[in-house]
Ligand binder design. Structure first.
Ligand code: LMR
Length: 336
């Protein structure tokens, strides 16, 4: 009797192999869920689970829940998490400072130029530079133009003098703040609200969606719409993890990432417009739109930062971006 039961059990085991445990992707990031990056991470989670039919489970950990800025890249390299989307300002500690080209002030006049750079040869080469560090680039997301905020009005270049300004861990951003006569203070994104509230720093820079979702408008009396920089994210994974995935699963995840990227780019501008309207409605922060003539003065004053870092970011890269910006501008001129 026992041998019959054993044969039956073996037949069942062969006929119905136990469902393999899902592959788990921990996707860690440092911003709030209701931001372009937060929503895109959720979109990737949904699509990845849909296209792999449950073979992959994505766990999203927003707001630095698992790891703060500098820790997250180390955790990815160790394979403790499998996916991140850090700002391109934060790859210096990995030894890939070329990413800081995106930090050059007033380099990108519009979103189209950014997309053509990230989706073209420069973006591909930057991703390639990560591979020797065990990191694989999957996509680029973005969060639009960065604005300055502080507890005093920022209307002319002189207004920055003596301010302590929080920045991301970027040598280019450090030089930009010094060029303005202010003191740069590198700090993890998760610590900025408290530092502003306690007066450890006087101001910072970020897209409005980040300022608003971290409630920085409660501790910043002045916001200047300067569009002085652009916040770009590099979506990355652990290279070993990615290469060891079954080819079919990798294809399904690539499809999910492509669609999540299109979604992120589609919502980013709107999310920042809505955040600006919410800051205005909160009534605690004076919003100043930097006039075009003043923008030109700020751009001129900050050009030395381009010269200072053209070797580090690649002179060819810089010339290529100037050319793309001019082509986009000319194309816009022809349409008008
Ligand atoms: C910052 O640290 O200011 C931003 O990079 C946060 C983010 O990831 O948008």
């Amino acid at each position: 009797m026992r041998s019959f039961a054993l044969v039956c059990a073996m037949c069942c085991a062969i006929a119905f192999p136990a469902a393999a445990a899902p592959i788990v992707i921990k996707f860690s990031h440092v911003v709030a869920p209701d931001t372009p990056k937060g929503k895109a991470a959720e979109k990737f989670r949904e699509l990845a689970q849909k296209y792999t039919r449950g073979a992959v489970t994505v766990e999203v950990y927003p707001n630095s829940q698992l790891f703060k800025d500098r820790e997250e890249l180390e955790a990815l390299q160790r394979g403790v998490v499998q996916m991140l989307a850090p700002s391109t300002s934060k790859f210096g500690p990995l030894g890939v400072r070329e990413f800081e080209l995106f930090d050059l002030p007033y380099l990108f006049p519009d979103r189209e130029t950014v997309d053509r750079v990230t989706d073209g040869e420069i973006g591909r080469r930057l991703h390639e530079r990560l591979e020797s560090r065990g990191v694989k680039g999957l996509a680029y997301w973005d969060n639009g133009f960065k604005q300055f905020s502080a507890n005093r009005p920022l209307r002319t270049l002189r207004d920055f003098r003596g301010l302590r300004m929080r920045i991301q861990s970027s040598k280019v951003l450090e030089a930009m703040i010094r060029e303005l006569g202010a003191a740069p203070q590198v700090m993890a994104f998760s610590e900025v609200y408290t530092a502003l509230q306690q007066g450890v720093v006087d101001g910072t820079e970020n897209p409005v969606s980040n300022l608003y979702t971290q409630k920085m408008h409660e501790v910043q009396k002045h916001l200047t719409i300067s569009d002085h920089g652009y916040l770009v994210y590099a979506v990355v994974t652990n290279k070993k993890f990615w290469e060891e995935l079954p080819a079919k699963v990798r294809e399904q995840l690539e499809r999910a990432m492509q669609e999540a990227t299109a979604y992120e780019r589609d919502i980013a501008a709107r999310e920042n417009e809505q955040a600006l309207a919410a800051v205005r409605a909160a009534g605690r922060t004076e919003i100043y739109l930097l006039p075009a003539a003043e923008r030109r003065r700020w751009r001129e004053a900050l050009l030395p930062v381009h010269r200072k870092f053209e070797r580090m970011v690649g002179r060819d890269n810089l010339e290529a971006i100037y050319r793309v910006a001019a082509e986009v501008e000319a194309g816009r001129g022809r349409k008008q």
